[in-house]
Design a protein around this ligand. Structure first.
Ligand code: FE2
Ligand code: FE2
Length: 185
């Protein structure tokens, strides 16, 4: 599979977890209970798969190549926007972690921060992924030179190989399935 198609597949995997996040928040509203260990599993997924594995390929390989090849306007416009959204997502997750810690220590009011940051993250990422699938990736595919695309392919392949050797994709696909199963009830 080519690098961009693979990244679009990763988007589908990330979106599956975004659905779980929403379901868990609705559960908090209905039952008032927080499944802390499930949230920690989600944070693990977000940090190590969505961010480290996926966003890293965008930031270090694809978006970097688009910025280098297609000019300042693209770099300082749409690409900057995507990077800013990655950062915003990291902030929501940091806030979520701190809210979980507070609830763990008996601060009931922090439940609202769990919901607020989880839903903000899910909403941000859903929109972000749609922009990448429908605009940024397509723009890159259409406008990058053949050499640039080849370089992106090779670098992404390398990242995939290292991740495969560390069972990253396997581990997180299993976590997605577990999360979906848990969120059914
Ligand atoms: Fe992104
Ligand atoms: Fe992405």
């Amino acid at each position: 599979m080519d690098a961009i198609s693979l990244m679009m597949e990763e988007h589908k995997n990330i979106k599956r977890v975004l659905k779980v996040i929403r379901k868990l928040c609705i559960k908090i509203l209905n039952k008032q209970e927080i499944e802390l260990e499930v949230f920690y599993k989600i944070i693990d997924f977000v940090k190590n798969y969505a961010d480290k594995h996926h966003h890293n390929k965008e930031e270090e390989i694809l978006f970097k190549k688009i910025s280098d090849e297609l000019g300042e306007k693209i770099k300082n416009g749409p690409i900057y926007g995507m990077l800013a959204e990655h950062d915003m997502g990291r902030l929501y997750i940091l806030n979520l972690e701190s809210a979980l810690e507070k609830v763990k220590n008996g601060d009931e009011d922090a439940k609202v921060d769990i919901i607020a940051n989880s839903i903000s993250y899910a909403d941000l990422l859903n929109r972000h992924i749609d922009k990448e699938d429908n605009a940024i990736y397509k723009f890159g595919e259409k406008n990058l030179s053949k050499e640039a695309i080849k370089e992106v392919e090779e670098k992404c392949k390398e990242v995939e190989k290292i991740a495969t050797d560390a069972y990253i994709q396997k581990k997180y696909l299993k976590i997605i399935e577990e999360l979906e199963e848990i969120s059914k009830y």
